[in-house]
Design a protein around this ligand. Structure first.
Ligand code: XUL
Length: 528
């Protein structure tokens, strides 16, 4: 039975999962996670990153990622024992937007890697920049302004690349390196994403960038799946010659190099293009049909929808990325997710059961009380000052405050993701708060669709293994549809249905919520 390996290089850890699948048999054979701070203390990262003297500057170490890759593949090989020979294909995902700058010497170094020595010990001379900018970096405001104006405005940039300019996106980051690090820039021959860099290490030769992660760069023409020349020109001269080519996400980009075979006894497995962690999560959450939506209820809440067309968010807050299925996906992020739910819970000294009870004790619509739970500055809609706004809410009333927080979150989520899902299908929900059926009931009532809970530990990592399987089967001429590939791994474990009378209340409430939000955003803008 073939084994498919998925890796995920997140912000704080490198993760791996090995799946066994043939016909009805579909199981996780092994999984492991290497948290960067604890496993590699010598690098001195905190939560996987280095925060600069200027707190807007956030980087990480491409050497550490390489060392982690070497260690995790050793652990996977040991755990699988003789079955390691059954590994048929491997793919992965990386935190999006981060960039790795390689020298002209890198190609030769990677090709000649000595399997008796650790990978990381052989990277000297291959990295043009020792510290890679990552998605948490917010230091490229000036570069965003320059790029936006050079391409003819934010709308033009979003129409082609799927997003207006964002500080963390790779294009503005590249422009900043070119402007502020002349020595590193002069030494740069190739620029990779975290995803394509790790795939390159597996191949011992350059991996292309996949269209999914490539769309987090402000450089790719999403509709065409090729680099967009005006954005390249706005970012750096002759940038095209420094970028790998772009391929569809399901491309087999080569086979595991001799290094991995000799070092860890892995077979010459197919390497499938790596993608970004969000596109990969889409598959790991079972989102394989356009029109379906996934909501991840984490510290921040994130909404993804699988879309047939790359239509950008007219408000400019959301993103469109390529999806591994060859479609497109929207990503809308709400900073005040669990962060806000926990603030309300703690303000009234509740535990999660008390939080659920508060939702059970209060009616949909909350007697007209509203909250915009912006305890911290919000991303969607953009609000610079963290301060919850309320209307008609008794701030001493614990139960009403809990309901106002959750209803405020769901109403905002529905309104700000509607551009991507005009006719919403069922919602797959994951993350810590997905275990709370009362929260899911509010979601189902507000969105007026069934909400299904998917019980997946690391959706990006699982998605990577499933992508490896999908591409491997196709390469063998056994092409399987996505529904078949994900079945058994992403099946919902619970379903909550909308209640028509509650939905009617929320339709009316949505208008008042939108009005409160419009005023609050206006005031915030006037003050900033
Ligand atoms: C998406 C984003 C993050 C990273 C981190 O735009 O910046 O979700 O991918 O994992």
């Amino acid at each position: 039975m073939p084994i498919y390996l998925g890796l995920d290089c997140g912000t704080q850890s490198l993760n791996a999962v090995a799946l066994e699948m043939r016909g009805e048999v579909r199981r996780v054979r092994y999984q492991v996670s290497l948290p960067f701070d604890e496993t590699f203390p010598d690098y001195g990262t905190e939560s996987g990153v280095f925060v600069g003297k200027d707190p807007l500057v956030v980087t990480s170490s491409p050497r550490m990622w390489a060392e982690a890759l070497d260690m995790i593949l050793g652990q996977v090989a040991t755990a699988l024992g003789p079955d390691v020979s059954k590994v048929a294909a491997i793919s992965g995902s990386g935190q999006q937007h981060g960039s790795v700058f390689l020298t002209a010497a890198a190609a030769g170094i990677l090709r000649e890697m000595d399997p008796t020595r650790p990978l990381v010990a052989q990277l000297d001379g291959a990295l043009a920049l020792e510290r890679s900018p990552v998605w948490m970096d917010g230091s490229t405001g000036p570069q965003c302004v320059m790029i936006t104006s050079a391409v003819g405005g934010a709308e033009e940039l979003a129409t082609h690349t799927g997003s207006r300019a964002f500080e963390r996106f790779t294009g503005p980051q590249i422009r900043k390196v070119r402007e502020t690090e002349p020595t590193a820039w002069a030494a740069t021959d190739r620029i990779h994403l975290v995803s394509s860099y790790l795939a390159t290490l597996l191949l011992g030769a350059e991996s292309p960038i996949d269209a999914g992660d490539g769309s987090g760069m402000n450089l790719l023409d999403l509709g065409r799946g090729t680099w967009w020349q005006p954005a390249l020109d706005a970012t750096a001269p002759r940038l095209r010659s420094r970028l790998p080519r772009v391929v569809p996400s399901d491309t087999v980009v080569g086979r595991l190099s001799r290094y991995w075979r000799a070092r860890h006894g892995l077979p010459a497995a197919r390497v499938v293009a790596w993608t970004g962690d969000n596109p990969s999560s889409l598959i790991g959450l079972g989102l394989v049909r356009p029109g379906t939506t996934a909501v991840s209820l984490g510290t921040s809440d994130t909404v993804f929808t699988l879309m047939s067309e790359p239509t950008p968010d007219p408000s400019g807050a959301g993103h469109v990325f390529g999806a591994p299925t060859g479609d497109f996906m929207s990503l809308v992020c709400f900073r005040n997710g669990s962060l806000a739910r926990e603030r309300v819970r703690d303000a009234f000294d509740l535990d999660w059961e008390g939080f659920s009870q508060a939702l059970r004790d209060t009616p949909p619509g909350n007697g007209g009380a509203l909250m915009l739970p912006w305890f911290e500055a919000e991303i969607t809609p953009p609000v610079s000052r963290g301060r919850p706004r309320t209307r008609g809410l008794d701030l001493g009333d614990a139960a009403a405050s809990v309901r106002a927080c959750v209803e405020g979150q769901m109403l905002a989520m529905k309104r700000h993701s509607a551009w991507a899902a005009p006719a919403a299908g069922p919602i797959h929900v994951t993350g810590g708060a997905a275990g709370n059926p009362e929260i899911l009931q509010v979601m189902a009532d507000v969105f007026e669709v069934p909400v299904m809970r998917v019980d997946v530990t690391n959706a990006a990592c699982l998605g990577a293994a499933l992508r490896a399987a999908h591409a491997d089967l196709a390469a063998d001429g056994l092409a399987a549809d996505w529904d078949t590939v994900v079945s058994g791994f992403t099946d919902p474990v619970a379903e909550v249905r909308p209640r028509p009378e509650a939905s009617a209340v929320y339709r009316e409430m949505a208008r008042r919520h939108a009005e409160l939000e419009r005023r609050a955003v206006g005031k915030d803008l006037a003050l900033s």
